[in-house]
Design a binder for this molecule. Sequence first.
Ligand SMILES: Nc1ncnc2c1ncn2[C@@H]1O[C@H](COP(=O)(O)OP(=O)(O)OP(=O)(O)O)[C@@H](O)[C@H]1O
Length: 328
Amino acid sequence: MNPLLRLDGMSVRVPVAGTLREVVTDITLDLAPGEALGIVGESGSGKSMTARTVMGLLPRGSAVGGTVLLDGTDLYAPGRAGRAAAATARRGTGMVFQDARAHLDPRQRIGDFLTETGPAGRAGRTAAAAILDRVGIDDATRRLRQYPHEMSGGMLQRVMIASVLLAAPRLVLADEPTTALDVTTQAEVVALLDELRRENGTALVFITHDIDLAAACCDRIAVMYAGSLHEVHRADLLTTAPLHPYTRGLLASRPGTRTRAARLPVIPGRPLSAFEAPPGCAFATRCTHAADPCRETRPPLAPHDGGLVRCDRVTEIGAAPAPGEATR
Ligand SMILES: Nc1ncnc2c1ncn2[C@@H]1O[C@H](COP(=O)(O)OP(=O)(O)OP(=O)(O)O)[C@@H](O)[C@H]1O
């Protein structure tokens, strides 16, 4: 089957103080129709920029390299015709952001927000009420008359998801959609996205810091570090048999409920953005397994055990402890 989304050698540079700064480097990744892909990684690794590149929401003056194909349409083809084709292709996409409240006009009723782009009048209100019902909001007719301040954060996130669904998208990108919510509401919103995806056959890109959350609702997980992919694997395998030392470090530093470590293991050092990455392996400065060649040559993202991993020493380090694991 043809992929719905194909990123091929995608890189992104954004303008900062008069120069272009690389924030995403050489991303090659396919997403099948209906597939759910998690993108995980620490702050600054380029997760949001990757999603924004697909949505065409980059800062003005940014430069995109490589190709980004959505349903076969090159989203960054030059010229007016290229931009028009990209805009048409993007009609089949929707994005859910971290803070729903920040994306809603406080002076606009929920009903007006939901009917802004759809059919007007009674038909629009009926469709809006039906979609609120669908995302689990009771008493939809009353809710349509309310303003954002009259609703909780979890409910507003449901409203955002409802607005995205109104366009019947084939691809939804959710950027930290649950980070601003309490844990119970987080679980409900994840369950909702998962249910809607299964019912509608929508593909989902789910961006999060939380690897467990990604594993709960995604078929595959891509791990980003310093603007590039370091591991891509089936969600169950990535969380139980991680290949890259960085993935292993992320998993080891999760707060667990079963073990009570005196101090949670952490990956030494701080996360880097793409433009700060040293030559050679970007993770070498924090990796307890790094050897001299790692600091000289950037490893490719290569097939290994059914997944993809960017580490030349993956076979050698096999069963050795991950960064942080040794302190357990
Ligand atoms: N508008 C912008 N202009 C310039 N640089 C930016 C802009 N937005 C993000 N960046 C930089 O791009 C890099 C990648 O940021 P991005 O937001 O994609 O990371 P992220 O992995 O989504 O992190 P987080 O989890 O904190 O959202 C970072 O170095 C960030 O500082």
